[in-house]
Design a protein around this ligand. Sequence first.
Ligand code: ADP
Ligand code: ASP
Ligand code: MG
Length: 474
Amino acid sequence: MNVLSPRTLVMKFGGTSVGTPDAMAQTAEIIHRQRTLTPRLVVVTSALSGVTDILLSSATAAAHGDTTTYNQAVQTLRARHEAIIKSLIPDRSRQEEVKAEITLLILDFANLCQAISVLGEATPRALDAVASLGERMAVRLLAAVVDSAGTPAQYLEANRLIITDDHFQAAHPDFAATQIAARASLNPILDQGTVPIITGFIGATPQGVTTTLGRGGSDYTAAILGAVLPADEVWIWTDVDGVMTADPRIVPEARTIEELTYREVSELAYAGAKVLHPKTIRPVIEAGIGLRVLNTFNPEHPGTRLVAEKATPNGNVVKSVTAIRGLKLITVEGRGMLGVPGVAARTFSAIASTGTSVSLISQASSEQAICFAVPASSAEKVIAAIENEFYREIAGKDIDRVWATGEVVIVTVVGEGMRSTPGIAGKVFGALGERQINVIAIAQGSSEVSISFVLKAEDIRAAVQTLHERVISQ
Ligand code: ADP
Ligand code: ASP
Ligand code: MG
């Protein structure tokens, strides 16, 4: 990738890119090489792989009175970070310095978990305070490693840069306030030729209370910073060769897609392709910034380039297939529904009151049933809220029942060319039919860039593999 040298560049490294001494050494090498080509280089990093999960599960366990889990986590966190300190920071006094800083953050973690166990409750605000510690440890480590290797680097915590509302666990950035704060902090550092190494995932309210942008949100951090600086490009460094025709963990023969439109990648990200956080795309489009997805462990591979529009469609009409697991399909049904005003509106406001987001909706044209998908863990409370809203209609038998299926998945195929190519749906459902896979519900995205359908959870592998083989790899 080094032939390219944008003047201002944001590079984001995911958890696996910094998760072990070897990975972090590789990341430091990429930063070092790129710095020789790009005068204004900004780095965003995630926590070491698995660390955010450890932090959050410890806090949740503490809320249930379990103090063993977080005490064990203290040992794991110390060992993971110290292994990197030992192998990648040669200077002894520097080693001690970084170790002391990380020890302080681990102490914060233990204190927060202890407080949570006393209260018997982990509020979203407390969970954000705990979750933010992973990135706060990672930046100290990566900045020391990069700096020790000879590229001047300085760590920064994004709670001074990314200003958000107080929607803990999925905070929304205030772009205007963030632009002022981020430029004021970053420009002097960039002007003196130092590489700022910034925490992904976290922000803070105007009052300085730590928030997070949602799981996987470090990609979003990179996009936000890219937009406000502004940068010429944002590069997302991960553990695969870019955005692929399917999740390589499900389809080993999945291939890298050289070029995708923003629209396609948005659909893919919202439909479960974990490689890019869905919120990453919008700030980048609006600021007209280039976006790439690259592999830290194969840095010479060109990865995937995201473009506004593809001039001449070539290659496959359907570009990629993806899936979201862990859902249930809820159906509201009754022969009397036809006469009940505002059923859909009332259903969805009842769902909204539970704070649940709906991923797919389909209504039978007879208006006798509405069905939609929600996370399996929310199904019970959603049904209760709907039954509560319609208790009169249920008593009067206008609505017969509100029920949930067993666990389901939503599989989505994505490609811009689908809009102008007839017969894609037939091809997709033909392929599934031949494998005896039963489709429970269907929805075509209004943009006509995707088709989604609901399947039983156990059909996910067969469906994704079949579609990859029959619809994409031709
Ligand atoms: P990071 O920690 O770098 O942010 P993630 O684990 O969040 O990485 O995302 C990368 C992973 O996304 C890959 O390892 C891959 O298993 C998964 N993935 C799912 N769908 C796709 C896809 N269509 N293309 C590439 N990777 C995908
Ligand atoms: N560390 C955070 C998470 O695991 C953010 C990220 O990796 O993007 O969700
Ligand atoms: Mg990620």
